[in-house]
Design a protein around this ligand. Structure first.
Ligand SMILES: NC(=O)c1ccc[n+]([C@@H]2O[C@H](COP(=O)([O-])OP(=O)(O)OC[C@H]3O[C@@H](n4cnc5c(N)ncnc54)[C@H](OP(=O)(O)O)[C@@H]3O)[C@@H](O)[C@H]2O)c1
Length: 273
């Protein structure tokens, strides 16, 4: 698997998203078996980066991610775990408590990458959150810090407050959604050694019917979904985290990192949307 390295940390171009694993806004035990099967498949296929959040299935997602990794027999250092603190937990004490909760549910003693999931109501909340986040890094409970859904102003404020480099800004980025190109965040990240983690990379309806996408897919003996992922990860500093319950999709998404699009194909796709 190709990777991106920033500040001495390497992340695979394609990791595994986990929104809806174990439930959506609350735990749903009826899908535990399907959730564990998806996670086991991802581990067998070779995914090493797992993206979760305290909010996913109200913490149950983290429990299942931790369990699947333990049961796989993989060493802790061979996987990379991203999880996220919710914006309502950004007071100093709440950040520390939220992190303890995530570690307890994952049954791990550190988190590789800890993100602020969404900007809180006021930018001044960051002034209280970062001293706690910095402490978590100093204490070894978190290896690296990042943010999610941050615009340029918020991202720069986070950089000022963090004692360690902001490793990523996790944002919506996919063929039809270029809002973070338009607001300058992607270019800023690429120029300042911040990874863009593109979320919801294949969640759009028009994909199956888009002619250009289908033609390019055919030329590469790939699916349109794989081309959409390849288009993202061909870009410098961009990684992505597709999610799927379907073993075939899980495999195909992972393999998309191998596809090499030509410059013409890259711009054809970008211009189309
Ligand atoms: N930071 C944030 O605020 C934020 C927000 C949203 C998401 N995320 C993260 O990003 C991850 C990915 O985003 P997402 O789950 O919203 O959307 P996504 O991964 O773009 O799309 C998931 C959907 O696409 C389908 N799919 C996936 N691969 C496919 C393939 N190869 N062929 C056909 N269908 C395919 C899946 O169905 P099947 O199960 O049938 O394959 C599923 O319905 C999340 O899981 C989460 O970890 C973060």
């Amino acid at each position: 698997m190709k990777s991106e390295t920033v500040h001495g940390v390497s992340l695979p171009k394609i990791g595994f998203g986990t929104w809806s694993i174990g439930g959506e806004n609350s735990p749903d035990p009826t899908i535990d078996e399907a959730s564990l099967t998806a996670l086991r498949t991802a581990l067998e296929v070779g995914y090493t980066h797992f993206d979760t959040a305290e909010r996913y299935a109200a913490g149950h997602c983290e429990e299942l991610v931790g369990r699947a990794i333990r049961e796989s027999g993989k060493k802790r250092e061979d996987v990379f775990i991203t999880t996220k603190v919710s914006p309502e937990h950004l007071s100093y004490d709440d950040v520390l408590k939220a992190c303890e909760g995530s570690l307890r549910r994952l049954k791990m003693d550190y988190i590789d990458l800890y993100l602020i999931h969404w900007p809180p109501r006021s930018i001044s909340s960051l002034d209280e959150a970062f001293p706690a986040l910095n402490k978590l890094v100093r204490d070894g409970k978190v290896k690296h810090l990042g943010v999610s859904n941050f615009n340029l102003k918020w991202l720069k404020r986070a950089q000022e407050l963090s004692e360690t480099p902001i490793l990523t800004n996790q944002i919506p980025y996919r063929l039809p959604d270029k809002s973070y190109v338009a607001n300058g965040v992607i270019e800023y990240c690429q120029q300042n050694d911040i990874l863009v983690t593109a979320y919801s990379p294949v969640k759009f309806r028009s994909m199956r019917v888009n002619r250009t996408l289908n033609q390019i897919a055919e030329a590469h003996a790939a699916t349109p979904f794989q081309i959409a992922l390849a288009w993202l990860v061909m870009q410098p500093r961009v990684i992505t985290i597709p999610m799927s319950f379907n073993p075939q999709h899980i495999k195909e998404n992972f393999q998309a990192a191998r596809i090499k699009l030509t410059d013409r194909e890259m711009s054809q796709l970008a211009d189309e949307w």
